[in-house]
Ligand binder design. Structure first.
Ligand code: SF4
Length: 214
């Protein structure tokens, strides 16, 4: 694991989401702030009972400063609607708050790069602070990065997706939310076109499990 100083020293002692978001704008807990445009903090009501956690902001999110506003976000919106979950009542965030990417060529397109475990752990204090502020009843981890941030590095989404789980001590949240792990919507977009309907149906089924806990 690459050594990163971590976000801990930048996280203020508050459960006010606006204060947390403002402080995250100055985070230097790992190297990812250097190349990204902005910190992308979570968004949604502080009263949300359901929190969705993705991997990291993408290209469009980095420019907009908002999570899940790109193609994966639109697919997530569709999946939430099909699962009967009101997007307006959900808090959405990411395990890592800065966009990690590499350039296709000098000055070229920015291509998503998976964050390293050290970066995920470095950024986790922000995620924990958000969860302590929102106190959700249910947490949905979208993809392996989010799931492994909260459930440990050996957790496998493929083995446990759609199950009702609980935080195992890797992080502690007073509301002790139920946890459901599923795929990230970007995995559906990256996958074969002829398998997208089936993959989307799987995501919707997992979201229905989460909705059923509420
Ligand atoms: S990715 Fe997270 S820990 Fe790293 S600088 Fe950004 S906010 Fe801080």
């Amino acid at each position: 694991m690459s050594r990163q100083p971590g976000a801990e020293e930048f996280v203020p002692e508050t459960t006010d989401l606006a204060e947390l978001a403002a402080a995250a704008g100055g985070c230097r807990g790992c190297e990812l702030y250097r190349n990204a445009e902005r910190t992308v903090f979570g968004a949604g009501p502080a009263t949300a009972r359901l929190v969705l956690v993705g991997e990291q902001p993408g290209d469009l999110e980095d420019r907009a400063g908002e999570p899940f506003v790109g193609p994966a976000g639109r697919l997530l919106d569709r999946a939430l609607e099909e699962a009967g979950i009101d997007r307006g009542e959900v808090y959405v965030t990411n395990a890592v708050k800065h966009f990690k990417f590499e350039r296709a060529a000098a000055g070229g397109r920015r291509i998503h790069k998976k964050p390293a475990r050290g970066e995920v752990v470095a950024c986790r204090p922000w995620l924990v602070a958000e969860l302590r502020a929102v106190q959700p009843d249910v947490l949905v981890c979208l993809g392996a990065t989010a799931a492994q941030s909260l459930l440990g590095p050996s957790f496998r989404v493929t083995a446990h997706r759609g199950e009702i789980l609980h935080l195992d001590g890797e992080v502690q949240i007073p509301s002790a939310p139920a946890v459901v792990a599923t795929i990230h919507p970007s995995a559906i977009l990256r996958g074969p076109a002829e398998q997208r309907d089936e993959a989307l149906a799987g995501l919707v089924a997992d979201l229905r499990v989460a909705a059923g806990v509420l």
